[in-house]
Design a protein around this ligand. Sequence first.
Ligand code: NDP
Ligand SMILES: O=C(O)C(=O)C(=O)[C@H](O)[C@@H](O)CO
Length: 332
Amino acid sequence: MRVSYSELKQEFKRVLLARGVVEETAEACAEMFADTTQAGAYSHGVNRFPRFIQQLEKGDIDPTAKATKVLSLGAIEQWDAHQAIGNLTAKEMMDRAMALADQHGIGVVALKNANHWMRGGGYGWQAAEKGYIGVCWTNSIAVMPPWGAKECRIGTNPLIIAIPSNPITMVDMSCSMYSYGMLEVNRLAGRQTFVDAGFDDDGNLTKDPATIERNKRLLPMGYWKGSGLSIVLDMIATLLSNGLSVAEVTEEKDDEYCVSQVFIAIEIDRLIDGKTKDEKLEKIMDYVKTAERADPNVEVRLPGHEFTTILADNRENGIPVDDSVWAKLKSL
Ligand SMILES: NC(=O)C1=CN([C@@H]2O[C@H](COP(=O)(O)OP(=O)(O)OC[C@H]3O[C@@H](n4cnc5c(N)ncnc54)[C@H](OP(=O)(O)O)[C@@H]3O)[C@@H](O)[C@H]2O)C=CC1
Ligand SMILES: O=C(O)C(=O)C(=O)[C@H](O)[C@@H](O)CO
């Protein structure tokens, strides 16, 4: 089914107000969830909202909390989220990173005691829309076996790198081949994944989303490479924020909260003039897109470039929402 932006946002806001979230916070949070969904990140927009509400009801998320600055070393700052709402706080932290970049050329904000930020790409996009390179990542609860193991000990720890090209080029990727959110999207659509996404109970690679959602034998992207990247991203976020690691979140908390996140904004305009920047970016994008196609009918696409089309379609025709997800939202 397809719903209008206003109808979707109103449902989000209804649920938040009914749980005692104050008007201003409910409005901003509902808007972020609606924007995320309208942008096409369904897995971490409407699909993820019920789990967000479950953590709000449990007290993992404090809707009255506000992030505070712990210390500043010029271009790098350490903040404490105090378990505030994840997406609202992440937006604020990327704004802070951009403000630091205006002063120092680069801004780094490390955040501890954070909550799940939903679509990580939203914060990279936020920076790129304003002309900065945006880089951010989060650790998580242990939801993926490290390469060579079958027990979850590392996080999906998504890494986002956004470039202010036209259109914006952005990699927004879990360290797993598929996020659990994208496994759910495939399962709801009755689809197997396009490539192997994990291991079945016998240790064989599988494309079946439900198997992996059940046994958590998620495949790291690039096998040992995604496993290694997840580990070092966890280490950096933990060290810079002086927050909890994947191991500590998993062993000390009863769910996924008090995670550690990093937000980086890099100012470009004083490093390269606008005309040269645009020409070089255009050259790179064109050089990639004109590569001889493996399948003549399938274009070579750059990450992030489809969002412009998706957003226009959703604004024009309404936002696609899985029937079961809509029913769940209406039941909250
Ligand atoms: N703890 C957390 O906060 C977590 C959050 N997430 C979020 O879940 C969302 C989904 O993550 P994930 O499952 O990795 O996303 P996907 O696997 O769908 O996409 C990952 C990246 O690969 C690109 N890509 C996918 N297919 C192609 C293609 N055919 N050609 C070129 N590029 C392609 C995507 O670009 P494009 O966007 O243009 O498709 C995107 O940049 C993200 O927003 C992520 O931040 C994931 C894990 C944990
Ligand atoms: O994979 C996802 O989707 C996702 O958001 C996570 O990995 C979370 O960190 C974890 O809560 C599993 O849903």
